[in-house]
Every structure is written in structure tokens, then in C-alpha cells.
Ligand binder design. Structure first.
Ligand code: AMP
Length: 214
């Protein structure tokens, strides 16, 4: 978990490689549905472009189906899900077990700078930043040479709205997982809060250390 731009996608990708577990990003899945123009994408697109959360019913089904696919039997990394208490409860009700809930904490000013400079390669979900993590050729993906894009929801006024919305629901979500962990239920995920500020390598070191990885 973490505010938009906290580094969820970047660190989830590194963890996915390290643990050989698929990264399941609801943002990437929804963007793929929008590009494909399928019914889910058509319904989700307006919410996404305005920087709003899409309704729970659209994402819950998507994730529950995905974690039941064969490549998830030995583990998976959820990136950007759950984002609401409703989604967290639905995951629990579906019997999807989590080991750890990791929250990345980054100050707001740093988030604005990160997000407005962010560029993505839509086909792969690879993420760059115009100054912090530039591609080898400006505006082009390193692996394919294809054009990078700025997400419509990374425009500054939309970023500010997404941050405000995040704060409103995130504290309830964090409280939900903290209370569950404190209840002593052996199925409750461990809750970790990690400083996600600074460069990618620095914050990745903190994330890996918090998880006991090298
Ligand atoms: P992200 O790539 O994680 O920043 O997500 C981009 C956008 O997709 C969000 O601003 C939401 O509109 C939508 N989205 C992604 N994940 C979720 C989720 N778990 N619940 C609701 N909306 C989501």
C-alpha cells in the first residue's frame, strides 16, 4: 500500500523478480482493459482519467480470478490492491491469504515531483522518470524502443486529487489490517510500514530489509 507514486509498482516489480512470483497490478490490468476497449475498460476509464477509484465490484472480481490462476499457487504480489476496506474484506471472504501488508510512506512534496515526471511503457507496465530514472533514449522504452506515455492521471491537479482521496480511505484500510494483526488471528497478515522516500535503490534496500530479503 502507499499513496499514488509511492513506488508500489517499482518495488513490486523488483520483489516479483526476486521471489519469482507474479506481480498483480490492478492499475495495469485496468489500463489493459481500457486499451482493449472491453466492457470493463469502458466502465473504468472515466473514473481512472478523473483520478477516482473505480467501483469495488469491478476490481474485486478481476483480482480474485487472477490469484486463482496456476502461476499464483506458490505466491503473488498484489500491487495497488486492496485500496479500500471493502476490497480487503472481499479478499478475506474469498479465502485469499496474505503474508504481509507493506505500506510505503513518502512525503507529499516528493510524490508530486515523482508523479508529474513519471512515464510508462503501456505494453509492459515498465516505469521511468524523466530525471530520476530516464530511459536510454528520451521518450522510448529501453527494451522495445516503443514510445513512452504520461498517464492522464499523472497531471498535477489530478495527482493532488488522488492524494487527497487516498488519505481518506487509506487510514481506514491500515487500521483494518492493524486491528486484524493485533487480534492474534494466525491468518492475519503482518503489517509493515517502510520509508519509501529517496531514490529507487535506497528505498528498495529498505523494502527488502523489512521483508528479510537481501
Ligand atoms: P495505479 O496504477 O495503481 O495508480 O492505479 C491507477 C488507477 O486505476 C487508479 O487511480 C484507479 O482509478 C484505478 N485503480 C487501480 N487499482 C484500484 C483499486 N484497487 N480500486 C479502485 N481503483 C483502482
Amino acid at each position: 500500500m502507499g499513496v499514488p507514486g509511492a513506488g508500489k509498482g517499482t518495488h513490486a516489480a523488483a520483489l516479483s523478480e526476486k521471489l519469482r512470483a507474479p506481480q498483480i497490478s490492478t492499475g495495469d490490468m485496468l489500463r489493459a482493459a481500457v486499451s482493449a476497449g472491453d466492457p470493463l475498460g469502458r466502465e473504468a476509464e472515466g473514473y481512472m482519467n478523473r483520478g477516482e477509484l473505480v467501483p469495488d465490484r469491478l476490481v474485486i472480481e478481476l483480482v480474485v480470478q487472477r490469484v486463482n490462476e496456476a502461476d499464483c499457487t506458490t505466491g503473488f504480489i498484489l500491487d495497488g490492491f486492496p485500496r479500500t476496506v471493502g476490497q480487503a474484506k472481499a479478499l478475506r471472504a474469498a479465502g485469499v491469504k496474505l503474508d504481509v501488508v507493506l505500506e510505503l510512506h513518502v512525503p507529499e512534496a516528493e510524490i508530486i515531483e515523482r508523479m508529474t515526471g513519471r512515464r510508462i511503457h503501456p505494453a509492459s507496465g515498465r516505469i521511468y522518470h524523466v530525471t530520476r530514472h530516464p530511459p536510454r533514449v528520451a521518450g522510448r522504452d529501453d527494451a522495445t524502443g516503443e514510445a513512452l506515455m504520461q498517464r492522464p492521471d499523472d497531471a498535477e491537479e489530478i495527482v493532488r486529487k488522488r492524494l487527497a482521496d487516498y488519505q481518506a480511505v487509506a487510514s481506514a484500510l491500515t487500521a483494518y489490517y492493524r486491528q486484524w494483526a493485533a487480534s492474534g488471528d494466525p491468518d492475519a497478515p503482518r503489517c509493515l510500514r517502510v520509508d519509501g522516500s529517496g531514490g529507487v535503490a535506497t528505498s528498495r534496500t529498505r523494502v527488502f530489509a523489512a521483508l528479510g530479503l537481501q
